[in-house]
Design a protein around this ligand. Structure first.
Ligand code: DAV
Length: 380
């Protein structure tokens, strides 16, 4: 628990929403909650992500209470660790995820949760943008963040609260060939290399966790959860930014960029060695002297039970400032590598919360990092 003095300081602190990068000094952040988290019923985009042999195939419903309590214990402790470093931490307000989602276009029997705010909220400068999302079960997830966003809007006269157009998510958004239960990994890799993803180009779709912020530049993953129209929508929405589409052919389930490509500080990016950035996307980084290094191997051979994410959550780290990074406590190889690269490593226990939506980067969303809109790629 944060002590009373810390709480008081934080409560009286002026709210400023502003964050331009993944690494500027973190001052204010949202940390998700595991409350009431559900395994959602089958739907096209979600099914495409669940491997044929996964323990999640065919089951859905509320997650066991002990696992929810354990995940919340870890998330609360992480929030306290950040507060102890002087970072202001806010938490979302869960809605009833057992409620179905029903719109004129589709219906699904339950929702998901609000552990990973990173998937939903994209902070770019003085704006927080609610992503379209691409899963039906996540249609209403933004509601969990509305109490906070409303408060920021009232407290910070420069805060721009934006929401991307809600997508219709009819069957036309999803490719039927991904519905088969027996797609081989080789087939998936061929499709990923050909940029044949589960989402079609019916309408703009993006999850916020497919976007990385590098000051004036935004790097966006084209994959299952973000389509080319979603990237084009971001380009038109942020006319002062350069928006770069990237894809990672080695990933059979390309959702979210944050276990694949992880900027650590200006000039340094970790890249998943099984999902290397292809040559045609490397120019921007090479011309500007950025180093892209293979991330260390994960410490685990398998993800925890009932988890959507891969073992590469090892590289889903949260940078606190260009010299300090939070790494999951059991990910010893990733910690060693970052230490060797000159970072101070802060271990944070989170593995038992992975199943609720990801790692340290996923379970947070920036409200404020101290910095400005810098051009980190002056050579274009
Ligand atoms: O490797 O399973 C996880 C990303 C979660 N935001 C993976 C990607």
């Amino acid at each position: 628990m944060a002590d009373a003095a810390t709480e008081t300081t934080q409560a009286t602190e002026t709210t400023v929403v502003e964050s331009w990068t993944e690494w500027d000094p973190l001052a204010h952040v949202i940390v998700g909650r595991a409350d009431d988290c559900h395994i959602p019923p089958a739907e096209p985009a979600l099914d495409a992500k669940v491997p044929a042999d996964s323990d999640m195939r065919g089951q859905w419903g509320r997650r066991p209470q002990e696992s929810i309590d354990r995940a919340n214990e870890l998330l609360d402790r992480f929030a306290d660790q950040l507060r102890a470093r002087g970072i202001r931490v806010d938490r979302p307000t869960p809605i009833d995820f057992s409620e179905p989602v029903r719109t004129p276009d589709f219906e699904t029997a339950s929702q998901f949760g609000c552990m990973p705010p990173r998937d939903v909220l994209l902070t770019v400068g003085r704006e927080i943008l609610e992503a379209t999302m691409s899963y039906r079960c996540r249609w209403f997830e933004y509601l969990c963040y509305r109490p906070l966003l409303q408060r920021y809007w009232e407290e910070d006269p420069n805060f721009r609260h934006e929401a991307a157009p809600k997508p219709r998510l009819t069957d036309a958004d999803y490719r039927p060939d991904y519905l088969s239960e027996s797609i081989s990994i080789a087939q998936r890799l061929d499709w990923a290399a050909a940029k044949h993803f589960v989402t079609t180009e019916e309408e703009p779709l993006f999850d916020a966790a497919d976007v990385l912020r590098f000051g004036r530049d935004l790097v966006v993953q084209h994959g299952f959860t973000t389509n080319l129209k979603g990237i084009e929508w971001l380009r038109r929405h942020f006319p002062e930014h350069r928006v770069h589409a990237v894809n990672f052919p080695g990933d059979p389930y390309p959702i979210h960029i944050d276990a694949t490509f992880t900027p650590i500080r200006p000039g340094l990016i970790l890249n998943n060695p099984q999902r290397r950035l292809p040559a045609e996307c490397r120019g921007l980084f090479e011309r500007n002297g950025w180093e892209i290094v293979d991330a260390a191997q994960p410490a685990h051979n398998t993800p925890p039970p009932l988890c959507y994410s891969s073992v590469w959550l090892s590289m889903n780290v949260l940078v606190l400032d260009p010299k300090t990074v939070c790494v999951e406590a059991s990910e010893v190889y990733q910690a060693e590598q970052l230490d060797r690269l000159g970072m101070e490593v802060v271990p944070v226990e989170l593995r038992d919360a992975y199943a609720f939506g990801g790692g340290l980067h996923c379970c947070t969303a920036d409200v404020r990092r101290i910095g400005s809109c810098t051009d980190h790629f002056p050579a274009g």
